[in-house]
Design a protein around this ligand. Structure first.
Ligand code: PEP
Length: 254
């Protein structure tokens, strides 16, 4: 049985005051088969490491460079995140792909670096509305998934979390239906099975992301191939995300 994994992506939101207050309210349920993460801006990671001490929660960055150091102005590396005690990193979020020209190649390089550095990668994949309307969503997601899993060992594949995030559902209030989300998550698992084998495919944690909220998380999490959620907007409310975590866990484990 795979762990349930819920991550809150703060994106470019929050200041020191917000992070301090969030950390006093946020306290997810503690279960052996549940992982919870906050992916915060770089500037808040050190503070959160301190204030969330003892809280059953992993700390994630939202991006990193694939080199350890060098002339890459404005970038942050895996050793820098490790030094802060960060546990993992989101890689290839659609906003990074869209606004910062990230490609399947850089996503692979970053994932390899994260794995080699002991950071847990959450790698985002997903199609645009145009691609879905044109019936090209499976093709698009296959390309992203194959590029990633074709470049790492089957052993490493087991350590990756994939977040399926249809771009048309991110921040729009319009989530994929549970059937649409399950169809794609099952497809992702089948592509990983082809490339990395049964063990990796069975172990792979797949999150759904795209307008997840308290009112829709249970029906999404009840789906067989959806093991968790990557939550944007709704994750900015510490009470709300705790409700999402609780009701997702109940929907999954009954
Ligand atoms: C995200 O940022 O990954 C996301 C899914 O955002 P939202 O939940 O706001 O759609």
């Amino acid at each position: 049985m795979r762990d349930i994994f819920i991550a809150a992506n703060w994106k470019m939101n929050g200041d020191l005051k917000f992070a301090r207050e969030y950390a006093t309210i946020f306290w997810p349920i503690k279960k052996k088969d549940l992982k919870v993460a906050i992916a915060a801006p770089y500037t808040l990671l050190a503070l959160l490491k301190e204030t969330l001490d003892g809280c059953p929660c992993l700390l994630f960055a939202q991006n990193m460079h694939f080199e350890d150091k060098g002339a890459f102005t404005g970038e942050v590396s895996a050793p820098m995140l490790k030094e802060l005690g960060v546990d993992g990193v989101i890689i290839g979020h659609s906003e990074r792909r869209q606004y910062f020209a990230e490609t399947d190649e850089t996503v692979l390089l970053k994932t390899k670096k994260a794995l080699a550095s002991g950071l847990m990668p959450i790698v985002c994949v997903g199609e645009t509305l145009e691609e879905r309307d044109a019936g090209k969503h499976f093709e698009k997601v296959r390309t992203q998934v194959a590029s990633l899993f074709g470049g790492i060992s089957a052993e490493d594949a087991e350590k990756v979390t994939v977040a399926y995030e249809p771009i048309w559902a991110i921040g729009t209030g319009r989530n994929a239906t549970p059937a649409q989300a399950e169809e794609m998550c099952a497809y992702i698992r089948s592509v990983v099975r082809e490339i990395s084998g049964d063990k990796a495919a069975d172990a792979l944690i797949i999150q759904y992301g795209g307008s997840v909220k308290t009112s829709n998380c249970a029906e999404l999490m009840a789906m067989e191939d959806i093991d968790g959620a990557l939550v944007g907007g709704a994750g900015l409310d510490p009470k709300g995300i705790c409700e999402i975590i609780k009701s997702s866990y109940e929907a999954k484990r009954g």
